[in-house]
Design a protein around this ligand. Structure first.
Ligand code: 4NP
Length: 164
């Protein structure tokens, strides 16, 4: 039996304290639920450097905890050139994040660089809105979007596996 490859997923937003750590924590929990934690590696980062080393925003941590996800262990970091070597999927939360990533991405990057939300086939928009300057409801919306897109991403990764 051939060993199945590890799939490496990197979630990216601006500050790495609201949206991408939420995606990181939610997707991590779903991967663990399926017993796939040896097969799927996950990280998150920001395009900006303001919050390097910081834990997620308290509002993101609280909304995640209310839905059973612990993201308190995560710490922000900035995207780096080696990410394009180390990750198979680099998934941006919004178009600005994606444009910033494209500017850094080598022409011969062999992985998938794109928006995260379209992995939810039912999504009516393509971007996860930045909740940082808004109220709690923005964080709840991020959770709704991220949970649905995480399910779709995991389905895609699992179906790519069986096709091999
Ligand atoms: P995130 O949200 O990109 O979802 O982590 C933000 C966090 C911090 C800032 C902007 C957006 N900021 O300007 O510091």
């Amino acid at each position: 039996m051939t060993e199945q490859p590890v799939v490496r997923v990197l979630f990216v937003c601006l500050g790495n304290i609201c949206r991408s750590p939420t995606a990181h924590g939610v997707f991590r929990a779903k991967v663990r639920e399926q017993g796939l934690q040896q097969r799927v590696q996950i990280d998150s980062c920001g395009t900006g450097d303001w919050h390097i080393g910081h834990p997620p925003d308290e509002r993101a941590t609280a909304e995640a905890a209310a839905r059973g996800y612990d993201i308190g262990d995560l710490r922000a970091r900035q995207v780096q050139a080696t990410d394009f070597r180390d990750y198979d999927y680099i998934l941006a939360m919004d178009e600005q994040n994606l444009a910033d990533l494209r500017a850094l991405c080598p022409d011969d990057y062999p992985g998938y660089l794109g928006l995260f939300l379209p992995f939810d086939p039912a999504a009516s928009v393509t971007e996860v809105p930045d909740p940082y300057y808004g109220g709690e409801e923005g964080f709840a919306l991020v959770l709704d979007m991220v949970e649905a897109a995480s399910d779709g991403l995991l389905r895609e990764i699992c179906s790519a596996d069986t096709a091999r």
